[in-house]
Structure formats: structure tokens, C-alpha cells
Design a protein around this ligand. Structure first.
Ligand code: CU
Length: 331
């Protein structure tokens, strides 16, 4: 009986492993969310790969336990119903069973804790940094101070209004939307901006005016702090998330191993424009990064943005990276 129950749970777990293993890559995006996404975003660092493995393993354990308990309950309802079992037994204790239902969960938790602590250890084992960046949160934008090169990149949210104004010009914009107010105005802007976002191949709500760049395959130390309230810096595909607390500096590290555009956003509710604090990291080849740094060191922000834009166009033409870029137009 017991063996049969374990058999059923194991079978279900194997089937689900197949389903999850097959579906995750199809639905998840690299560096960005996608429509109908299941699971986590695709990994661009070793840490995120470990994180996804742990997530899948723990999910399978949860599903197996849930199915096992469900099966037991259904079995008890059927086997010990009044009809099937008119004279109930008077047994109140069973030593073997009681020890088993104490020890088995302990073993399961201890088993899960091993990969979990290993990952935690890796997240806090900082390798020697190639680049150190300090992310400073402000209501409602991010400053990224490049400590080695001594410049700061401020990333501001780009709204529906911004893209429409850029497309139409300020006066025609005021003429068309000036009379609208509140939800009416937001609705009109949202509807009309959809085409502009698609045209720009940018993600609504996840686009900033100045992306930050990082070189591929280099260890980045990111210091995180805040100027006002608590915010949180995260890039899901890097597998990192850190609270930005005023008066404190926290640190995290990652080593991106894929080039591309990686989106994240402030991930702790910080106030009314919490949703207007996206983060965009462009992971580029070292040569492109050097040019970008040179432009910013010379205080030429326009040129720096052009370098990143040209690099994005180039990767569109390159099939190896095109996969990352072509999904950009999705909202
Ligand atoms: Cu915030």
C-alpha cells in the first residue's frame, strides 16, 4: 500500500519535471518578462542558473508532497467511510507512523537546505571585482555611480507622454491631449502610445532614458543605497535583488555571461511613482563598453547613448543575439 502511494507520487513528480523542463524556456524571456510567462526569466549569470535549478527542485518537492497528501485524504475518505468501515478501530497511537511523519519532513527540509545554503553562500562570496557601481535610489529615479571611472548615469522613466511628445512635438501634443484629464487622459495616452512603443522596439513601463552598460563576463560589484525611502534594485535575469536603505550601503555581485538588454524595476513599494523606477542594463562586449566609458568620461552623454544604440542595431543583425532583441516589441 505505502509503496504504491510513493510510486504514484514519484510518477507525478517525473511527469511534472518533464512539463516544467520543457515549458520554462519557451515562455520565459531573457532580461525581460514575456506574455504568458511561466517560471522565472532566463538566466544570464551563474547565480541565476543555480537559482532556477533550486526553484524547480523545490517546486517538484512541493508538488509531490501536495499530491501525496491529496491522495491520502481521498483514500481515507473512501476506505474509512461509514459505509465501508461501520465499526471504527479504537487505535489512538502508532509509534512507527508517528516517528515517520516527524522524521521524513525533517529529512526533506534538511535535503532542501543543502542546495539552498550553498546558493546563499555563493551569493555572498564576492569574487574580486572588475567593476564597481554604486546604485543610489531616489524618488523616482536611479543614479548609477561608476566608481572606477568617476561618472554617474541617471536613469529616468520614459512614459507614454514622453514617447508621444517626442513623436508629435510639444505643441501638437498639447493641442490633442491638453483638454483631457485624469483617467481619460491616461487611457488616451496609453492607447495612442502603443504603436509608438512598438515602433521604437521598447518595452512600456520598463524603458529608461539612459541605459547603463556593463561588459560581458566581468565581475560586477554593485553597492546599493538610497537617498530617501526604501527602494530595491533588481534584474531578474541576473538573479539579484537588494533593498536600497537610506543611510546604509548593501552590496551584491554578479557576472553577466550573455550580451543583451536586461530589464528590472524597483521591487519594494516605495510610494506613488514606485512603478516609474525601471532599471535597464545593457551587457556589451568589452570594446563597446570602453567606448561608452570614454564618451561618458568626456561628458558626452549623447555619444554614449548612440554607442549603445548602434550596438543594439548590430546585435539585431547578428542571429546569435537577435533572439534577445526581437522579443523587445512585446508589451
Ligand atoms: Cu522605488
Amino acid at each position: 500500500m505505502l509503496r504504491r502511494m510513493f510510486g504514484a507520487a514519484a510518477m507525478a513528480a517525473v511527469c511534472l519535471a518533464g512539463v516544467l523542463g520543457g515549458l520554462t524556456p519557451a515562455f520565459a524571456g531573457l532580461g525581460q518578462p514575456t506574455d504568458g510567462q511561466m517560471g522565472l526569466q532566463l538566466p544570464a549569470t551563474q547565480l541565476m542558473e543555480q537559482l532556477i535549478t533550486l526553484y524547480d527542485v523545490v517546486n517538484l518537492v512541493i508538488i509531490a508532497i501536495a499530491l501525496f497528501v491529496l491522495f491520502l485524504m481521498l483514500y481515507v475518505m473512501y476506505r474509512f467511510s461509514e459505509k465501508k468501515n461501520p465499526t471504527p478501530s479504537r487505535t489512538t497511537h502508532n509509534v512507527v507512523l508517528e516517528v515517520a511523519w516527524t522524521v521524513i519532513p525533517i529529512l526533506i527540509l534538511a535535503g532542501i537546505s543543502i542546495p539552498s545554503f550553498r546558493l546563499l553562500y555563493d551569493q555572498y562570496s564576492f569574487p574580486k571585482p572588475d567593476i564597481t557601481v554604486k546604485a543610489v535610489a531616489n524618488a523616482w529615479y536611479w543614479d548609477h555611480e561608476y566608481l572606477d571611472s568617476k561618472f554617474t548615469v541617471s536613469s529616468n522613466y520614459v512614459s507614454d507622454e514622453d514617447v508621444l511628445k517626442q513623436k508629435m512635438g510639444d505643441d501638437p501634443f498639447a493641442e490633442k491631449y491638453g483638454a483631457l484629464e485624469g483617467i481619460e487622459r491616461s487611457k488616451a495616452l496609453y492607447q495612442d502610445a502603443a504603436a509608438v512603443w512598438a515602433e521604437r522596439s521598447q518595452l512600456r513601463k520598463l524603458t529608461v532614458d539612459n541605459d547603463i552598460a556593463l561588459p560581458v563576463n566581468k565581475v560586477v560589484h554593485l553597492l546599493v543605497t538610497s537617498n530617501d525611502v526604501i527602494h530595491s534594485w533588481t534584474i531578474p535575469s541576473f538573479g539579484v535583488k537588494m533593498q536600497a536603505v537610506p543611510g546604509r550601503t548593501a552590496a551584491l555581485w554578479f557576472k553577466p555571461d550573455k550580451v543583451g538588454t536586461f530589464h528590472g524595476q524597483c521591487s519594494v513599494l516605495c510610494g506613488k511613482l514606485h512603478s516609474a523606477m525601471p532599471i535597464t542594463v545593457r551587457v556589451v562586449e568589452q570594446a563597446v563598453y570602453d567606448q561608452w566609458v570614454a564618451a561618458l568620461t568626456a561628458k558626452d552623454r549623447k555619444k554614449a547613448n548612440e554607442i549603445l544604440k548602434a550596438d543594439a542595431e548590430r546585435s539585431k543583425a547578428n542571429p546569435a543575439v537577435a533572439q534577445v532583441e526581437t522579443t523587445q516589441s512585446q508589451p
